[in-house]
Design a binder for this molecule. Structure first.
Ligand SMILES: Cc1cc2nc3c(=O)[nH]c(=O)nc-3n(C[C@H](O)[C@H](O)[C@H](O)COP(=O)(O)O)c2cc1C
Ligand code: SF4
Length: 446
């Protein structure tokens, strides 16, 4: 059994209340940090832990914290990114609804480290029930003296607010999130300046994912060195993986980074194999924006090594033969899955969610959707596949924010690994659009 650092007590009755959470060791990191450590010492422990941001990009959290501009007499902010709208990723809502005090504890300890006296949890607006759970837990923390003025007599003050999101996927991008938090339309900002220099209200700001912040109490309690002992290489600690698709046991699993992908899919401890005894066809390992990999490449790297659930192993070979751990949204597809339909489905999402500020993204996502629709519905031409690949290529690197790449990568990867399936759709339009159609020997779900 892998160690559970964040979710050890998740099933304890009443763990969402301050009283029960405290009885199970809750808020120890706040006491330790505020009473025995300087803010810089907390930052140092987070650096030592090797923790990498769990929101998708995997940037080292301690390093990000150390970039925070520290001019005297100017407020600084910590903002928790709880927008979580990536298709396939649904771990943060579980953490917040079951263990609200873990996030609040992480927010207090992290805010202290960063010198922030006001912090925000920006939560996906649709998750109103989770917002209520957090508000109740925050009120309990205020009542117990863990929030507000002079916390635990340390002289440190912190106010914590929960803010419902703007209802768009783009509001999860950190600069769009800050715009939205300031009451404006959630359009991404050009970078630089980065939020560490000019973030919320043009003040130095750190934006971190829920899971990143929830790991901070563990790191402060046990020490960064202990945390760094878990995992493999630069992938330290544990990671929440939201597993869905054609699995016997879809769900949210806390894994020690480094578990082999094959074990994650097939062992009873995790997903229990592919449903209905079918064969695995492909996996999207880190949320809908990362490149899809066919069975042979998700189980083993191109060099034949077992593929591990780490940032490095999953990306081994770059995008030619690898992918990304991303936000940990693990989508498994069985042998009956139509890759063209799946890619079209993702494209519809990105076209709908483009904020429209940059033309390569605004127009390009529209073209991706249109061409994929055409191929999927039996009207594609041989030229379409190359046009698709070229549109995706032209979006990449030419936009204000990474939504452009997020829209392009699933398409270019699907063509890279499943080109024959696209060609089959185009050459056999009547067959490809027929319910129960057969692509080399497999039924296509409609
Ligand atoms: C379109 C888009 C949506 C995003 N949505 C989220 C999100 O819902 N939650 C999140 O933590 N990060 C999201 N990110 C990544 C954030 O911009 C940012 O990198 C992250 O919150 C940083 O936290 P971390 O360093 O703890 O990972 C998104 C990025 C993009 C481009
Ligand atoms: S890449 Fe797309 S979502 Fe991002 S700023 Fe440009 S138009 Fe908006």
């Amino acid at each position: 059994m892998g160690r559970k650092l964040l979710t050890e007590h998740i099933n304890v009755e009443g763990i969402d209340t301050f009283e029960v959470y405290r009885k199970h060791g809750g808020y120890r990191s706040v006491e330790k940090a505020l009473k025995t450590m300087t803010p810089d010492e907390v930052v140092e422990e987070v650096k030592k832990s090797g923790l990498r941001g769990r929101g998708g990009a995997g940037f080292p959290t301690g390093m990000k914290w150390s970039f925070l501009a520290k001019p005297e007499g100017v407020p600084r902010y910590l903002v928790c990114n709880a927008d979580e709208s990536e298709p396939g990723t649904f771990k943060d809502r579980q953490l917040m609804s079951k263990l609200p005090h873990l996030l609040i504890e992480g927010m207090i300890t992290s805010s202290y480290a960063l010198g922030a006296n006001t912090s925000y949890i920006y939560i996906r607006g649709e998750l109103l029930y989770v917002l209520r759970i957090l508000e109740k837990a925050i009120a309990e923390a205020y009542a117990a003296g863990f929030l507000g003025k002079n916390i635990l007599g340390s002289g440190y003050d912190l106010d914590l607010y929960v803010h419902p999101g703007g209802g768009a996927y783009i509001c999860g991008e950190e600069t769009a999130l800050l715009e939205s938090l300031e009451g404006k339309r959630g359009n991404p900002r050009n970078k630089p300046p980065f939020p560490a220099v000019q973030g919320l209200y043009a003040r130095p700001t750190v934006v971190n994912n829920v899971e990143s912040i929830a790991a901070v109490p563990v790191i402060v309690n046990d020490g960064g060195d202990e945390y760094a002992k878990i995992g493999v290489g630069r992938s330290t600690g544990t990671k929440l993986i939201s597993a869905c698709g054609h699995l016997n046991k879809p769900g949210i699993y806390e894994i020690e980074l480094g578990v082999p992908v094959e074990e994650f899919i097939y062992s009873d401890e995790y997903c229990g194999g592919i449903w209905k005894g079918r064969d695995l066809k492909a996996v999207v390992a880190g949320g809908s924006s990362v490149p899809i990999l066919p069975k042979e490449l998700i189980l083993k790297t191109a060099a034949g090594e077992p593929r591990l659930m780490t940032y490095e192993s999953l990306s081994d070979g770059g995008f030619v033969t690898g992918t990304m751990l991303g936000s940990g949204g693990f989508i498994a597809m069985d042998e009956t899955t139509c890759i063209v339909r799946n890619t079209w489905n993702f494209s519809r999402f990105y076209h709908h969610e483009s904020c429209g500020q940059c033309s390569p993204c605004r127009e390009g996502t529209g073209w991706l959707e249109k061409i994929l629709h055409r191929i999927e519905h039996g009207h594609g031409t041989e030229r379409d596949i190359d046009v698709l690949a070229s549109v995706a290529k032209q979006i990449e690197g030419n936009t204000i924010c990474p939504l452009g790449e997020a829209a392009a990568w699933p398409v270019s990867a699907a063509i890279r690994h499943f080109r024959d399936e696209f060609e089959w759709h185009i050459r056999n339009p009547q067959e490809a659009t027929r319910p129960g159609a057969v692509y080399p020997g497999k039924a296509v779900l409609v």
